[in-house]
Ligand binder design. Structure first.
Ligand code: XMP
Length: 183
């Protein structure tokens, strides 16, 4: 089975993604202006994005991970649970850059940001690879974002459908029959 055959169209190809990450890395470097910060990657979706992004930022930073699960089926997300957080010394008094794959309703980022602030972070900024503003429920605007996307379910470059397609090197929309397939 070849994953590429399940993709109806490519929204952002490898070249566009590389250029966008260069732009984001430059703006994040300027945003911190030499101040120490920690990139907190929200797993699993942002692992591909975060690992490409940090390698384009030429100033010292630390890296931490945070786990979030939403028990939804297919393209709908269910109740949110933070499954693990960085250690207390990685949060308290630190400047954190929360990195996620996609900002959709905004519930995930809002929930995670509140939790990090509650645990004593000095400052929490946000950077998302994709932004779907048309779906926003919680009023949250990212400090940095890669691409704006229409209201379509997308996969690839870390984003999954039922756990698959994260390893595609581009962002694409799935064929309708793939989305409709029984799990
Ligand atoms: P919220 O609604 O909390 O959503 O901002 C963020 C999380 O929802 C998932 N999500 C998607 N995953 N393709 C995906 O693979 C999509 O188009 C999509 N839209 C939302 C994702 O896990 C994200 O972290």
């Amino acid at each position: 089975m070849n994953l590429h055959g399940d993709i109806e169209r490519i929204l952002f190809d490898e070249t566009e993604i590389r250029d966008t990450i260069d732009r984001l890395a430059e703006s994040i470097t300027a945003m911190y202006g030499g101040i120490d910060f920690t990139v907190v990657s929200v797993l699993k979706g942002s692992c591909v994005f975060a690992s490409d992004l940090i390698r384009r930022i030429p100033v010292p930073l630390e890296l931490a991970f945070l786990g979030v699960s939403s028990y939804g089926q297919g393209t709908e997300s269910g109740p949110l649970e933070i499954t693990f957080l960085p250690g207390g010394n990685e949060i308290e008094g630190r400047n954190l850059l929360l990195v996620d794959d996609i900002l959709d309703t905004g519930r995930t980022l809002q929930r995670v940001r509140t939790e990090l602030e509650r645990r004593g972070a000095r400052d929490v900024k946000t950077c998302v690879f994709l932004d779907k503003p048309s779906r926003r429920v919680v009023p949250i605007t990212p400090d940095a974002r890669g691409f704006e996307v229409e209201d379509t379910f997308v996969v690839g470059y870390g984003l999954d459908f039922r756990g698959r397609y994260r390893n595609l090197p581009y962002v694409g929309a799935l064929r309708a029959e793939v989305l409709a397939r029984q799990p």
